[in-house]
Design a protein around this ligand. Structure first.
Ligand code: NAD
Ligand code: LMR
Length: 344
């Protein structure tokens, strides 16, 4: 009897495994810049994903080394397949069939630099990769990690518009690391498990454009003015804290991979039909005068289901929104769009 049970369990497991790695659970995710500091651990998190956010195929694309990364990952004993693609001539194969494209391609900061200092190099990388997405996977959801996110998202949108495939429900600037940091630092301040904390972080992804809504932390709690200021400042400058600690060896990679994976897993679950999934992300928006803005977004089978908007803000948050977030973010968005206009 035990032998029979075990055989039938094995057969059920192999059927489930086949279903996971074939069409019935088809979820190809491409990571562009997949051999980089973020790309490698992010690709690994995609490879070890499991239901309800299972990735059936991971495509690791980079200008070099992607095949080695993929060969390495492909030995991990999980049901996903993993392939590496190198160079422009293999980009089409990497993208074809992808439901989600995650883009951490580009250069990171060194101490003393702002994210905007990366603009000249990363703008053209994101532009060309968005053009390739338009060509090879026009219906994919695209998640941009490459900095400066405040400008690279508008650039990707313009590239997709030019190709006639722009769907505002499917383009996201990844700001999840700001939420991850907010949870961590609030957890330390309050003695809460960071995973139990819900906190919206709105605006953009650079310094003063990052606005954590500490008045809306769940479980509900309050902060002294001193703690509120210190937490806001640390969340806004978390990226710089890591850049300085790495002392020239780049910026956040591991925490970013974790954050990018959390965002991707939420998106996968929503694309597969799960309801009520909410993540903050920088998307095309009409909730402020900024054309792209991060707020809590309800995700669905087509990407963005509903923008949940700003919600209620404290006077402190309203003041920061009006005097710091919106002016700086608007300028970065315009810079992205203008650079696009200058190139076409
Ligand atoms: P990295 O240098 O370690 O890796 C970047 C990878 O991109 C490299 O492997 C490089 O070969 C590849 N690349 C460059 N041009 C490419 C192209 N045209 N096509 C495909 N791949 C290309 O850098 P990293 O630490 O992984 O950071 C990548 C980017 O992510 C940086 O711009 C960084 O500022 C940004 N970042 C964003 C966040 C965020 O919260 N959104 C967090 C951390 C880092
Ligand atoms: C971060 O927030 O860690 C990233 O945007 C990388 C950086 O340059 O700070």
């Amino acid at each position: 009897v035990n032998a029979l049970r075990s055989a039938s369990a094995q057969s059920a497991a192999s059927t489930a495994l086949r279903a996971m790695s074939t069409g019935s659970n088809d979820m190809k995710v491409a990571v562009l810049g997949g051999a980089g500091g973020i790309g490698q651990p992010l690709s690994m998190l995609m490879k070890i994903s499991h239901p309800p956010a299972h990735v059936s195929e991971v495509a690791v694309y980079d200008l070099a080394h992607a095949k080695g990364v993929a060969a390495d990952l492909s030995h991990i004993d999980t049901p996903s397949s993993c392939h590496g693609y190198v160079g422009n001539e293999e980009l089409g194969a990497a993208l074809t069939g992808s439901k989600i494209v995650i883009i951490p391609a580009g250069v990171p900061r060194k101490p003393g630099m702002t994210r905007d200092d990366l603009f000249n190099t990363n703008a053209s990388i994101v532009k060309s990769l968005a053009e390739a997405c338009a060509k090879y996977c026009p219906e994919a959801c695209i998640a941009i990690i490459s900095n400066p996110v405040n400008s690279t998202v508008p650039i990707a949108a313009e590239a997709l518009k030019k190709a006639g495939v722009y769907d505002p429900r499917k383009l996201f600037g990844v700001t999840t690391l700001d939420v991850v940091r907010a949870r961590t630092f609030i957890g330390q301040n309050k003695g809460f498990d960071p995973q139990s904390i819900n906190v919206p972080v709105i605006g953009g992804h650079a310094g003063g454009t990052i606005l954590p809504l500490l008045s809306r932390v769940e479980p509900s709690c309050s902060f002294s003015d001193e703690d509120r200021d210190a937490l806001t400042d640390r969340i806004q400058n978390g990226g710089t804290e890591v850049v300085q600690a790495k002392a020239g060896a780049g910026s956040a990679t591991l925490s970013m991979a974790w954050a990018g994976a959390q965002f991707a897993f939420s998106l996968i679950r929503a694309l597969k039909g799960e309801k009520g999934i909410v993540e903050c992300a920088m998307v095309e928006s009409d909730v402020t005068e900024c054309q792209y803005f991060s707020t809590p977004i309800e995700l669905g089978v087509n990407g963005i289901e509903r923008n949940l908007g700003l919600g209620e803000l404290s006077d402190y948050e309203k003041h920061k929104l009006d005097t710091e977030v919106i002016p700086e973010l608007k300028a970065s968005i315009e810079k992205g769009i203008n650079s696009w206009m200058a190139q076409v």
